[in-house]
Design a protein around this ligand. Structure first.
Ligand code: HEM
Length: 245
C-alpha cells in the first residue's frame, strides 16, 4: 500500500513542478515542493472559509456580521458543508503526501519529554535528532487528521439531519463537531505564530519552498545533516565565528 501512495505522490509532485517553480539559492535547501505548497494553502483557504461560515451558524448573535461575506445567513449555512468537504479532501491529499515524514519515532518521544528545555532552555539548536518535522508539528498534524475524521462523520450527520439519523446522533454530533473546531482552532493559532514570528525564516518554506541552511541546522538538525552530510553543530559554530570576526 505504501508504494502505491508513494507512486501517487511522486506523480503529483512531478506534475505540479512542471507548472510551478521553486528557486533554491546558494546557502538554501529545498523544503516544500510546489505540490505541497498548493495543498497547504488550499487546506488553509478551505479551513478559514469553513471556520468563518461556521461561526455565523454556531453563534449567530455574536458572529452575525460574518454572514454577509457569504451572501447572507442561509447561503453561509448552505456553503459551510462544501467548504468543510474541500478542507477534508485537500487535507486528505496532504496527509498522503506527508505520511512518511510524519511517522512518530523514538526521537519524537524524547523531544516531547524535553519540550520545556527546548523552548525555554536557552539552547540555540533543537535536539540533534530532530528530523524533517519535529514532534510538535507531528502532534498537530495527527490532531488535524483525527479532527478531520470527526468533522467528516459528524458533519454528514448534521447535514442530513434528524430526519435521516435521529435526534440523539444529531445532538451528539453538534457537540463533537464544535469541540473539534475549538481544539483545531487553538492549535492553528500556535501554528501561525510559530510559522511566522515565533521561528523566523519558517514562513518562506511555504511561500518560496526553500529555507536557509541556518534555519535548517537550528530547527531541524538531523534533516540538515541528512541533506548536506555536514554536522549541524559544527556548521552553527563556524557561522558564529565568521559573524563575530
Ligand atoms: C495563515 C495561516 C497559516 C500559515 C502562515 C501557515 C504556515 C505554515 C508554514 C510556514 C509551514 C511549514 C513549516 C515547516 O516547513 O516546518 C506550515 C506547515 C503546516 N501547516 Fe500551515 N500555515 C497556516 C495555516 C494552516 C492551516 C489552516 C492548517 C490546517 C488546518 C495548516 C496545517 C499545516 C500543517 C499540518 C503543516 C505541517 C506541520 C507543521 O509545520 O506544523 N496550516 N504552515
Amino acid at each position: 500500500m505504501g508504494t502505491a501512495i508513494e507512486r501517487f505522490d511522486d506523480k503529483a509532485r512531478r506534475a505540479f513542478d512542471s507548472f510551478g517553480r521553486t528557486e533554491v539559492y546558494r546557502g538554501e535547501l529545498l523544503r516544500h515542493p510546489v505540490y505541497t505548497r498548493v495543498l497547504h494553502w488550499a487546506v488553509a483557504l478551505f479551513f478559514f472559509l469553513a471556520l468563518f461560515s461556521g461561526f455565523g451558524i454556531y453563534l449567530p448573535w455574536l458572529f452575525r456580521w460574518f454572514t454577509p461575506f457569504f451572501g447572507g445567513g442561509p447561503l453561509a449555512r448552505a456553503m459551510h458543508p462544501w467548504f468543510g468537504l474541500g478542507f477534508v479532501a485537500c487535507f486528505g491529499l496532504q496527509m498522503l503526501n506527508w505520511l512518511k515524514p510524519m511517522k512518530w519515532t523514538a526521537a519524537d518521544s524524547a523531544w516531547t519529554r524535553n519540550i520545556g528545555k527546548i523552548f525555554w532552555g536557552g539552547e540555540k539548536l533543537d535536539p540533534p535528532d530532530t528530523g524533517f518535522f519535529n514532534a510538535g508539528q507531528k502532534l498537530q498534524f495527527w490532531e488535524i487528521v483525527w479532527g478531520s475524521v470527526v468533522y467528516l462523520v459528524t458533519g454528514i450527520i448534521l447535514w442530513a439531519g434528524a430526519s435521516t439519523f435521529g435526534r440523539w446522533p444529531v445532538a451528539i454530533s453538534y457537540v463533537l463537531h464544535d469541540i473539534s473546531a475549538v481544539i483545531m482552532l487553538g492549535g492553528i493559532f500556535i501554528h501561525i505564530y510559530l510559522s511566522t514570528i515565533g521561528e523566523p525564516g519558517t514562513f518562506q518554506a511555504m511561500i518560496r519552498g526553500a529555507v536557509s541552511e541556518a534555519w535548517a541546522w537550528t530547527f531541524h538538525p538531523a534533516w540538515y545533516k541528512e541533506m548536506t552530510g555536514r554536522d549541524p553543530r559544527q556548521a552553527y559554530e563556524e557561522a558564529r565565528r565568521t559573524r563575530d570576526r
